[in-house]
Design a protein around this ligand. Sequence first.
Ligand code: UDP
Length: 280
Amino acid sequence: MEDIEHIPKELKLIDENGVRLDGRRFDELRPIRIEAGVLGRADGSAYVEWGGNKVLAAVYGPREAHPRHLQDPARALVQCRYNMAPFSVSDRKRPGPDRRSVEISKVISEAFSSVIFKEQFPRTSVDIFIEVLQADAGTRCAGLTAAAVAIADAGVPMKDLVTSCASGKIGGVVCLDLNKDEDNFGEADCPMAIVPRTGEIVLLQMDGHLTYDEFQKAMGLSIDAAKRIYDLQRDALRRRYSATVDEILREAAAAPAPSPAPAEVAFDSQLDDLGREGSP
Ligand code: UDP
């Protein structure tokens, strides 16, 4: 409740100059930061800050699917658990799954199911964990974007990354990437996820109402933004895996001298033995 108490009754989410409450224009994203490989125990991981959202994704697999009766002899399962920490929202969130988190987990696992090369890993599962540490609307998009980087970080073969973004309508204007107040008091929110290389849409949801033209405009905004987010995802992976020539030389210099090859050791010990036999 306290979240909406500060909102005046006559709230203008976007003014006559097209400026939103947080100062953005209709086609501007909130600031996004992506880091790959932030957790030591998971096979792959990523952290995303997206406006006020803070989201961690961890990926395991492909690993033997449990319980065994779930195993598919022809392909891997792609399983996702989206979870919001109790402290992620201003009213404490009751821990554990609820209808919303089950729905989000399902749509995210379906989105990745269509890009991961599942047939290469029969009887296994790829397990995706998304933990929302702080929420400010658009957490499924931030979670999906983080999970895609985590899956790549885990080395799971897939067609391409998946990139996600939402657009909606506030004060009668179609806008990109709604924040919490805009999501609460706006007219519509439409999250989507795309495979940038093929243009395939792998997630599409709608909360509220948009006309056909508004929907087209919203999709146009999201698709444009997805290209920018895709670059950030790839940058995060590049930062994690690229090494400069300097770094390689520095590491080589710091490494201990290689121990002699086994054949040399054997030959040296034979010489020693001969020396001993020959000595009086
Ligand atoms: N939210 C909340 N409590 C909840 C669920 C959601 O405060 O139990 C907030 C949270 O900030 C979330 C926003 O409502 O980001 C919008 O939720 P929605 O279901 O639209 O999903 P999202 O936009 O996060 O993907």
